[in-house]
Design a protein around this ligand. Structure first.
Ligand SMILES: Cc1cc2nc3c(=O)[nH]c(=O)nc-3n(C[C@H](O)[C@H](O)[C@H](O)COP(=O)(O)OP(=O)(O)OC[C@H]3O[C@@H](n4cnc5c(N)ncnc54)[C@H](O)[C@@H]3O)c2cc1C
Length: 374
């Protein structure tokens, strides 16, 4: 059975937004595919395409309704994009995460002003939660500091990498209060603020077309209307499973294309490729298993049980490992064809490492599963 058939099974008939995932898949094949090379080379940040995907509903389906949220369509959409371009799947995750923050915020002013604009793609942006996520598990200290002033906070510090940014973009992140020890606040950073500077990064192994910058905050005034949550702790507990589950879309799409790459060389090279230890059938089974588990967990992102959280982390860890394994196998199956710069096998390998290192990275996930939070 082809993996496409597995995908269609996984979105059960009751999923009302399945048509959005279908539309995204068409846009991925017809509009994203011709741009994938330029995005990978870093000569194109595809903001027009991201807005177009927003118009098709790609960033809106996971918003909570009556206190419940369903991430399945958002993950399937990210997977369709990731089948074609890992960088775009990552930007889709960034945008979906921004929407996830705004839609879950208890600040009515912020919700009224931003939730729809993020969900429609009218405003683009992302998330600067790597440093806070690492700080919660004792890996590094919070890099942004803030203090209370009339009508908001003043924030200073720097984040080394934040993606899906541009001069009019927003992203969600967290600062530590200098004036109230132990206090942490989550807020939206407005890249148009003159006290915020976007610093271009040195070229990466992949992901250069993702609008990734180092971000400096030079005593930035953050008004109350940009506060996502204060204190941030309980809010982070609420959104963290969604934050991680949405990343599964990047892995699902990438693994599926690696299987396709292996299939494509089956006719000319199958007679010798069959001696390789890892075959497309194994990855098809793994993909189906991940998809089933992802879709089961994605229906219930507010589940606060410890067992649920551990399943989310375990899935994320296996998805990173499997992305690298599938891309590695695709390279070996392709041989010299995949070693050409013009072949996507080597791009998939570079992208796969990103799935394994983006926060929460493989090493952090292993620390979390070991139960060592500090
Ligand atoms: C292309 C790209 C896009 C990213 N986009 C985002 C994003 O949108 N939002 C977000 O929050 N995070 C982003 N990150 C960060 C990412 O999620 C991880 O935090 C990062 O890859 C490192 O994670 P790690 O757990 O392996 O930490 P490690 O690499 O083990 O440690 C990270 C820390 O080491 C230091 N460090 C190591 N190398 C450097 C360097 N070259 N320059 C400066 N400091 C360094 C810094 O203090 C940094 O915080 C991005 C990273 C990359 C490479």
């Amino acid at each position: 059975m082809g993996s496409l058939a597995v995908s269609r099974l996984a979105i059960d008939e009751a999923l009302p937004s399945a048509s959005i995932a279908d539309q995204v898949a068409v846009i991925a094949r017809k509009e994203l595919a011709p741009q994938a090379l330029a995005i990978d080379e870093g000569t194109l940040y595809p903001d027009a395409l991201l807005r177009r995907l927003g118009e098709a509903g790609a960033w809106g389906s996971h918003q909570p309704v009556d206190g419940a949220a369903d991430l399945r369509c958002a993950i399937q959409s990210i997977a369709s994009l990731g089948e074609v371009c890992g960088a775009t799947a990552f930007m889709a995750w960034c945008q979906n995460t921004l929407v996830w923050y705004a839609a879950n915020s208890g600040n009515p002013e912020l919700v009224a002003k931003f939730a729809d604009k993020f969900a429609s793609g009218e405003i683009l942006g992302g998330t600067g939660l790597s440093n806070p996520m690492k700080s919660f598990f004792g890996i590094e200290k919070l890099k942004l500091k803030g203090r209370k002033v009339e009508g908001g906070y003043v924030v200073r510090g720097a984040l080394p990498w934040v993606s899906n940014l541009g001069p009019d973009h927003f992203f969600g992140t967290i600062f530590e209060r200098e004036d109230a020890p132990g206090g942490i606040v989550m807020f939206l950073a407005d890249c148009a603020n003159p006290a915020i500077t976007l610093q271009p990064c040195k070229p990466f192994l992949a992901m250069d077309g993702t609008g990734t910058y180092g971000v400096q905050f030079r005593d930035v005034f953050v008004p109350d209307e940009l506060i996502l949550a204060e204190p941030a702790g309980p809010f982070v507990k609420k959104i963290r499973a969604g934050f991680i589950l949405l990343q599964a879309g990047m892995a699902l799409g990438l693994i599926k294309d690696c299987i396709q790459i292996m299939d494509e060389v089956e006719a000319p090279l199958g007679h010798v490729n069959r001696y390789l230890p890892q075959q497309p059938l194994q990855f098809r089974e793994l993909h189906a298993e991940f998809e089933k588990e992802t879709m089961a967990l994605a229906r219930d992102p507010y589940n606060a049980e410890d067992g649920y959280w551990r399943r989310v982390i375990a899935l994320r860890l296996r998805a990173g490992d499997a992305s690298v394994a599938a891309a590695h196998a695709a390279m070996l199956h392709c041989g010299a064809r995949g070693y050409l710069k013009s072949h996507r096998a080597q791009r998939r390998l570079r992208e796969a490492y990103f799935v394994a290192i983006v926060t929460p990275a493989t090493k952090q996930l292993r620390k979390m599963l070991a139960g060592d939070e500090h």
